[in-house]
Design a protein around this ligand. Sequence first.
Ligand SMILES: Cc1ncc(COP(=O)(O)O)c(C=O)c1O
Length: 387
Amino acid sequence: MPTSVLTKGAAVTFPIDTVRDAFPALREGAAHFDAPGGTLMPTSVAEAVRDTMVSATCQRGTNTPAERRTDAIVLGARQAIADLLGVDAGGVVFGRSMTQLTFDFARTLAQGWGPGDEVVVSRLDHDANIRPWVYAAARVGATVRWAEFDTATGELTADDIEQQLSDRTRLVAVTAASNLIGTRPAIREIAERVHARGAFLYVDGVHNTPHAFVDVPEMGADFYACSPYKFCGPHHGVLVASPELLGTLAPEKLLPSANTVPERFELGTLPWELLAGTTTAVEFLASFGEPAATRREQLRSAMAALGAHEDALRGTLEAGLAAHQRVTVYSRAQVRTPTLLFTVDGIESPEVSARLAAPPAGSARPPGNWPGGAWCCGWCRCAGQSP
Ligand SMILES: Cc1ncc(COP(=O)(O)O)c(C=O)c1O
């Protein structure tokens, strides 16, 4: 049955059964609230991975069918990410994970830093966008400065960043969305302040990308890194920057590997099958949009519709948590993703997590198996009324 979500007066309708059918993992009967662990994978993405693995692939080239297939997979994946993020396909770099790419780029970017130079990181960020910069700064004797966020409001503002800037700032590393409390800082405003000091802005887009229509140039990020496994794709990492900027950087690499951009940043052989899966994941996301002349345009309406749907779900979740007097919610920023951090008074968080994952004590009914096909976590005793 279609689910209709009303938002700001506009109806967004998803054929919810069809969407659920696309994810075989949902047949386990559980709902998954662990966004940091990644999204589930639709069948079409898994099939793209499998089809590539059983096809003839080799190194990229133009002579044999296998070479041409491999080349097309890489170029197709670069274009898919370019459409998703609004960037030039020639500036799309693939790697093992966002963490690995950030370590690599931190090492490369720090080549030009020295004692007295400064790098700014934020307390709102995932460690993947902190530690690489801390190590890189330590190696060259540069200073790390910390931008604090307001724990009462959950906000990290451009002013918070500005306080840490100086004429020696070489780079600011900040997240476009916190995977802990959902806060989405005003990256455009931060970019203006950072660029006014002549520094680079490196944005962690891992948690942001699944929840927003991303336009990296509009955002003002010099580097933007994300992970397809957070938007229905396979496990690998992506970094984008303008090809011109990438052309100014000289990473450590093997001699025989290509010195072209973006290939010079891709160490060793890429996972062709995962790249094929990522292209299909972008197509899967685009399929939620209005038909349009370009995939980029279709993604625009798709991400708007998905965002509206998520906001409605967040409202339900927040209302449910607000009904519990012992629950404190820390996700309070004005602009945020539907990711909630909460604690339960008197119960340690690991215990809350264990109880949410467990069926109700004394109940023979496992989660997700309520009469009439309704779904419930099995712990809240809502008798299948949960959405
Ligand atoms: C906000 C954020 N940044 C970075 C990472 C690390 O990404 P990866 O697993 O691709 O290294 C994660 C992973 O959960 C994340 O949520």
